[in-house]
Design a protein around this ligand. Structure first.
Ligand SMILES: [Zn+2]
Length: 92
């Protein structure tokens, strides 16, 4: 992996750029959780682990989470709930 020496003031944009920050409440303790997702992660987003109580809450990506590229996802045949059902179905 090549690394450019950055003596510029621009901060280096990582390859996995966060594209959306999702805010969800934990289903167990109601704590607010902020989940930063890349586009790839967002496609497979099915839930999150609570920062406070570490319980798992199911969650789907919603249009209001990523309005800028929601249409793009839809055009790719993306269905948040469907992809989550698939993810739950196949046990890795
Ligand atoms: Zn919690």
């Amino acid at each position: 992996m090549k690394r450019k020496t950055a003596n510029q003031n621009h901060f280096v944009v990582p390859r996995e750029v966060l594209v959306v920050e999702v805010e969800r409440r934990c289903q167990a303790c109601q704590a607010r959780n902020f989940i930063g997702l890349t586009k790839d992660e967002a496609r497979e987003f099915c839930g999150f682990k609570c920062e406070r109580c570490e319980a798992w809450s199911e969650a789907f990506l919603l249009e209001r989470d990523a309005p800028e590229w929601w249409e793009e996802l839809q055009s790719e045949g993306f269905d948040a709930q469907l992809s989550c059902d698939i993810a739950h179905d196949k046990s890795h």
